[in-house]
Design a protein around this ligand. Structure first.
Ligand code: 3NM
Ligand code: MG
Length: 515
């Protein structure tokens, strides 16, 4: 018999514990799941006796065979042999792969759990058919997992597998994957050289009241990219393109008055709302995650500013992030003071695991924290004297954007911005921006507002926002009536407004100051 062709796209792992299965019948659940579209099933039961395992395995196998779906047993090679199923899944502490292969034969499907590159390379070298890579997100289903590696960790393993000559091995990600994040997992885990082949889920199907519908929904989501996926990733963008297109984008913003939803800190509420109004957006300052769904439906963009951080605010941020992600509404993350305290470091992790940010903007210290650098010293929220050379800043920004499949902006005297493919530096701005409060936060507001009207090319949108903002600051600081930071603030709002008016009139000469 030729080995079964295996489709790993929706890999169901079972769980018989009451906390997950409830009072449902496991065989009925698996039948419903394969009807709904599960493409491969693993029977995982850590507590039942051997006779019971073999009995249930045989029952489940009838169901999967009828559906033409491969069936594997977790850990227990003896049970797989006794029930005559297609293969096993072994963990790092289970029987070694070579012995399992000897016992089950060359056609058996053998998968292994990999938490790190070393484990993945060993398993691939030993002839595993597929890897279950995780734990992606913390999950109540399996609390004692070795470590949470996030989409970035999975992505690193995938690209290194390719690099080491194992590009052909099949891979699924596991841990905390469900309908709310499955598209993002596929999107953010994909490396330029190797994609994930699917996702493995337990509770997303087994705990569902309607496992068939749950599986069907997951398959449907897996069939297309997330709503926030890039569409203009590889479009060339020269300085001339930017000069030609930015004023039109600002004019579009002024005519559409997009909603700019700010979840921002206590200090900048009023200033951010005024900046949004000046540039032609329509601000709403709401930290209530429960109304984010209604607001996301209005077609605007969201700023998640971590400047004020409490567990309560974090949970509101996560709700809003999910609401905007679900409809592809752009989200800008401003990880204010990211490295300054343990709470903020945890906040960054929780937010980045909880959703997709189209743009992450921060100063050098903040972006280094986002990138995962350890021991980044940050004292106040705005301290961050440059410790890196420009070359290193560029490398870091590009790598972080590539890893997150988004746009990353590191602000500074020279701003560095990248979408992982295209990278720019911008040298506009004025030192007064560093002498007033909220200038970084309201740049986030500006970028989000532009993103709301320019979704195709997110990098171009962010560049447009930065240029409008920084050139306005240069104009304001150069005015005769501006004597210092105090008089700078109103002049700055005036100049933002003036640039917008010029764009509406079709006069884009201000953009010539871009450098
Ligand atoms: N293995 P859910 S995480 C069985 O990281 C299993 O190796 C994991 O459950 C690993 O889809 C996990 O409900 C449980 O989060 C996944
Ligand atoms: Mg195991």
């Amino acid at each position: 018999m030729a080995p079964m062709a295996v489709d790993y796209s929706l890999y169901l792992v079972t769980d018989s514990t009451p906390a997950i299965l409830g009072d449902k019948d496991l065989v009925a659940v698996v039948k419903a799941a394969v009807e709904g579209g599960a493409t491969i099933v693993q029977y995982r039961d850590k507590t039942s006796d051997t006779a019971e395992l073999v009995r249930v395995a045989k029952q489940l196998h009838q169901v999967t065979k009828a559906a033409g779906v491969p069936f594997l047993i977790n850990d227990r090679v003896d049970v797989a042999l006794a029930a005559g199923v297609e293969g096993v899944h072994v963990g790092q502490d289970d029987m070694d792969l070579k012995t399992a292969r000897k016992l089950l034969g060359p056609d058996a499907i053998i998968g292994i759990t990999a938490n790190s590159l070393e484990e993945a390379l060993d398993a691939a070298g030993d002839g595993a058919d597929y890897l279950g890579i995780g734990t992606v997100f913390a999950t109540p289903t399996k609390e004692n997992t070795k470590s949470i590696i996030g989409t970035a960790g999975v992505r690193d393993i995938l690209s290194d597998l390719h690099l080491c000559g194992f590009g052909g091995i099949q891979t699924v990600a596991i841990g905390g994957i469900n309908a709310s994040n499955v598209q993002r997992v596929m999107y953010q885990c994909a490396s330029p050289t190797k994609d994930l082949d699917g996702v493995a889920v337990v509770s997303a199907i087994i705990a569902s009241q309607d496992p068939k519908a749950a599986a069907h929904n997951l398959r449907d989501l897996l069939s297309r990219p997330p709503p926030f996926a890039f569409t203009a990733h590889h479009v060339q963008l020269s300085r001339n393109d930017i000069i030609a297109r930015v004023p039109t984008i600002i004019a579009r913003m002024a005519s559409r008055k997009p909603l700019c939803h700010n979840m921002t800190n206590l200090v900048v509420q009023n200033f951010a709302a005024n900046v949004a109004l000046a540039i032609g957006a329509s601000p709403i300052m709401s930290n209530n995650g429960l109304e984010a769904g209604d607001l996301a439906a209005l077609g605007g963009a969201l700023v998640v500013n971590m400047g004020t951080t409490t567990p309560d605010i974090r949970s509101n941020h996560l709700k809003a992030l999910a609401a905007y992600n679900a409809v592809g509404g752009p989200v800008v993350f401003d990880p204010v003071g990211a490295g300054a305290t343990q709470q903020r470091r945890e906040g960054v992790k929780a937010l980045m695991a909880g959703g997709y940010f189209d743009v992450i903007k921060g100063n050098e210290g903040e972006i280094r924290t986002v990138s995962g650098a350890h021991g980044v010293k940050q004292h106040g929220v705005d301290s961050g004297a440059s410790q890196l050379t420009l070359k290193d800043r560029i490398t870091l920004v590009k790598a972080t954007a590539e890893r997150e499949s988004n746009v990353v902006l590191m602000s500074g005297v020279i701003d560095v911005i990248s979408d992982g493919v295209r990278t720019f530096t911008i040298s506009n701005g004025h030192k007064y921006l560093g002498e007033i409060t909220g200038s970084g936060c309201t740049l986030g507001t500006t970028i989000a507002s532009v993103l709301a009207v320019e979704r195709e090319d997110k990098l171009l949108a962010a560049v447009a926002g930065i240029l409008m903002y920084e050139i306005a600051s240069e104009r304001a600081a150069g005015r005769d009536d501006v004597k210092g930071p105090g008089t700078f603030v109103p002049a700055f709002i005036d100049e933002l407004y003036r640039i917008r008016e010029e764009c509406v009139r079709g006069d884009g000469t201000w953009i010539e100051a871009a450098k």
